[in-house]
Design a protein around this ligand. Structure first.
Ligand code: SF4
Length: 235
């Protein structure tokens, strides 16, 4: 057990999941701020497969554990165990000594959960329940990687250049070393999240992912500064 990790996330911190929502669309962060997030059943299963003892994938045992972790898990997610185990069984999943560690960066006020950490080597692993891109990591995983590295370095007082990313549904592991641009983007998103936290209504970002967005009705209605309002104010 790693004793350097804090035992809870402060409500004053910006969580890594908030950062990712803000990165996808800062207005989604604005509208979803008070919404409680639930982990999906698929994510629970991906994490269980990723941390299976000695890489033994007994599908029945994995499902029993999933029910222990989340008694309300959708029974429909049971089939994903077979699907993911079939692709991952020949992949050298990353070793670990600690799971689900709370990590925090004092300098940025970011905190989050580290899926897997190997205290013997300092290797940190991010478990993803999405398919891997053709090359490298998805843009939002690059932002996650920056935030994780900052938090890990400050929590465990170590230097870390890269993280491993396990894309469980593809059975692929990628190693990612964030560059300066990733760090700049992460800081820019953090600034926007802080502005929303102060109550500022954000502008729509360029190319927002509006298709299938659950906030599209609200988003199209809430226009605090219409041209008419601006015109009236200046008269
Ligand atoms: S509708 Fe588009 S701009 Fe509005 S919150 Fe959703 S993704 Fe963002």
């Amino acid at each position: 057990m790693n004793e350097d990790a804090p035992n809870q996330i402060s409500h004053k911190d910006t969580t890594i999941s908030s950062l990712i929502t803000g990165f996808r669309c800062i207005r989604q962060y604005y509208f979803g701020k008070t919404k409680k997030r639930d982990n999906s059943g698929r994510y629970t299963i991906c994490k269980l497969i990723s941390s299976a003892e000695q890489d033994i994938f007994d599908e029945e045992e994995l499902w029993k554990k999933a029910l222990l972790i989340d008694p309300d898990i959708d029974p429909g997610t049971r089939s994903h165990i077979h699907e993911y185990v079939s692709v991952i069984k020949h992949t050298p999943l990353r070793p670990w000594t600690d799971l689900d560690l709370i990590i925090r960066s004092e300098r940025t006020g970011i905190s989050g959960l580290l899926d897997k950490f190997d205290a013997r080597t300092g290797e940190a692993t991010l478990v993803r329940c999405t398919k891997a891109p053709v090359n490298g990591c998805w843009a939002e995983d690059r932002i996650r990687a920056v935030a994780l590295i900052l938090c890990i370095e400050e929590t465990f007082k170590i230097r870390l250049k890269s993280v491993s990313v396990e894309y469980i549904p593809s059975g692929i592991i990628r190693y990612y070393e964030p560059g300066q641009r990733d760090r700049r983007v992460m800081l820019q998103v953090l600034r926007k999240v802080h502005e929303v936290d102060k109550g500022i209504f954000p502008e729509k970002p360029p190319n927002p992912p509006c298709e299938k967005c659950i906030y599209s009705d609200k988003c199209n209605m809430e226009r605090p500064k219409t041209l008419l309002q601006i015109f009236k104010k200046s008269k």
